[in-house]
Design a protein around this ligand. Structure first.
Ligand code: G4P
Length: 522
């Protein structure tokens, strides 16, 4: 198979949602389609439905498959599917955002009973910023939820994206009868515990379907559908590809209902690996020279070995085990040999990979998040990964002052690696750590102890909104604990506002002070 064909058959995507919307349940069905698991309930065995990473790893050991919070890959029909998990729940961290820089599209799951929730909104914004296609799955149709039209309106208003319903549900909860598949021109009938059946539109008038079509819910929806056909937005593949229109599917991950049609349509429509911006212009995925960038570094994946794994997204060419590549930042050659693992179905050593794939490479402490690796003569770096605004801030100190040297070293390295963001006191030496989620602090604390032998103390500064200032406009008297003046790593002044209200109050009272938001996602 040619390099071009290998690349085009790859579909690399992430599933984003708010906790409890049904990501685990849906992912499990996709793994079933991919034959990675044999029966439902394999991944979600526990009553609570919540999985700590360790549970996943336990399952992985038992099954010999990878359902970890990393990468799942499997062949499906003519495609090679790569699903990147974006840890939700308490595992939310900057990594969650960064993972979205390594995919070509996303599936956004929305709970029909709740609509858009906070975490979905945050993750959506990152996808929006990248302009990647977003496919929406509105889940839990088997329960009484909100009206479909109302949900679409909310998506359009809150997320500012056009919607195009690919199917249209008939009733919900106890009255749920199925969906009209607008593209396939067929009705997909919900049969409770029995498998769903499909009825082509032109057979719906047949006598055998009399019971279905005579129901009031069905009739009402038929009218709604005609209205949608006449007055709704037109489907535009171009708008979908640029992330301006989202195809919406209604279904139920648990029932399960509508998943096969959803997945088949999604996987056909989802884009193959896209060209990527670099310092030397656009790099095509079927460029014969291997290149990729590191979007995540995971420490202590295996507690017994204390190793680190760098996750690399292949962006062009072909990876072959044992090949020598260059670390673009330092121009140093590195042989990617035995130690690579493909973070894949069986955690095998990977022999080869293509643009779109994710490989795990052993990291003897040399990589940083955002690093570019290239083979061949080319010399370029991929665009820097965006930094995401921390929401939580904590003051950090070493428990034992005698350890201050290791403390500083650890802090410096973890910042460089992208594990945390560091701010300094404006006039003091204090260190304030910014993070997106609590998990980042836990990992930080753990790694400081294990890798730098330093116990650290964290003291909350609370949630904050960061804004940069111009040095020439700096008037110290304007700032206090509420609007905390600090310095970023380069020494630039930055104010951590207590909340939206303080920020607004400050703006109203100091209209001349320019407040700059350098984070790209907000
Ligand atoms: P998450 O990974 O996004 O956090 O969600 P997860 O799949 O764990 O689902 C959260 C809860 O919602 C689970 O219930 C799950 O069974 C339920 N759920 C998922 N999809 C559907 C659906 O289509 N319909 C209905 N009615 N429920 C759905 P739980 O009570 O927390 O767990 P469990 O006891 O069922 O395992």
């Amino acid at each position: 198979m040619s390099l071009h064909d290998e690349v085009t058959k790859r579909k690399t995507f992430a599933i984003i949602s708010h906790p409890d919307a049904g990501k685990t349940t849906l992912t499990e069905s996709l793994l079933l389609f991919g034959k990675l698991i044999r029966s439902a309930g394999t991944v979600k065995g526990k009553k609570s439905g919540k999985f700590a990473t360790s549970d996943w790893m336990e399952i992985e050991k038992q099954r010999g498959i990878s359902v970890t919070s990393s990468v799942m890959n499997f062949p499906y029909k003519d495609f090679q599917v790569n699903i990147l998990d974006t840890p939700g729940h308490e595992d939310f961290s900057e990594d969650t955002y960064r993972t979205l820089t390594a995919v070509d599209s996303v599936v956004m799951i929305i709970d029909a009973t709740k609509g858009i929730e906070a975490q979905t909104k945050k993750l959506f914004k990152v996808c929006r910023m990248r302009g990647i296609p977003i496919f929406t799955f509105i889940n839990k149709l088997d329960r009484e939820g909100r009206e479909p039209l109302e949900l679409l309106e909310e998506i359009e208003e809150v997320l500012d994206i056009e919607t195009y319903p690919m199917n249209w549900p008939v009733g919900m909860g106890k009255r749920f009868l199925g969906v009209f598949d607008r593209q396939g021109k067929q009705f997909i009938k919900y049969n409770g515990n029995e498998e769903e059946t499909t009825i082509p539109y032109d057979e719906l008038d047949n006598a055998e379907h009399e019971e279905l079509v005579s129901q009031a819910t069905y009739k009402a929806t038929e009218d709604e559908l005609s209205l949608l056909d006449e007055a709704g937005d037109e489907f535009s593949m171009k708008s979908v590809m640029s992330g301006e229109q989202t195809p919406v599917f209604f279904g139920s991950a648990l029932a399960p209902f509508g998943l096969q049609t959803f997945f088949d349509t999604f996987i056909t429509m989802a884009p193959s690996p896209a060209p990527r911006k670099s310092t030397e212009g656009i790099i095509q995925p079927d460029n014969p020279d291997f290149s990729g960038f590191i979007f995540k570094i995971q420490a202590n994946m295996n507690p017994a070995h204390r190793d680190r794994v760098a996750f690399l997204r292949v962006c062009s060419g072909k990876f072959e085990r044992g090949m020598t590549v260059k670390l673009a930042r330092s121009n140093k050659p590195i042989k990617l040999s035995q130690t690579q693992q493909f973070v894949a179905s069986s955690r095998d050593t990977v022999e080869e990979a293509y643009a779109g794939d994710i490989i795990g490479i052993y990291d003897p402490n040399i990589y940083r998040i955002g690093d570019t690796l290239i083979a061949g003569k080319s010399q370029f770096e991929y665009d820097e990964l965006p930094q995401f605004p921390p929401e939580l801030y904590k003051k950090v100190t070493a428990k034992n002052v005698m350890k201050s040297k290791q403390f500083r070293k650890g802090l410096e390295q973890l910042v460089q690696e992208g594990a945390i963001q560091l701010f300094k006191g404006h006039r003091s030496d204090s260190n304030i750590i910014g993070a997106v989620g609590e998990l980042q602090y836990e990992v930080f604390q753990h790694r400081m102890k294990n890798e730098y032998n330093t116990d650290v103390m964290l003291e909350s500064v609370g949630e904050r909104i960061p804004r940069w200032l111009k040095e020439e406009q700096l008037d110290e008297s304007l700032y206090d604990e509420r609007n905390l003046l600090v310095r970023d790593r380069e020494g630039n002044p930055i104010v951590l506002f207590k909340n939206e209200f303080s920020l607004q109050w400050f703006k109203d009272n100091n209209p001349k002070v320019e407040l700059i938001d350098l984070y790209e996602v907000n």
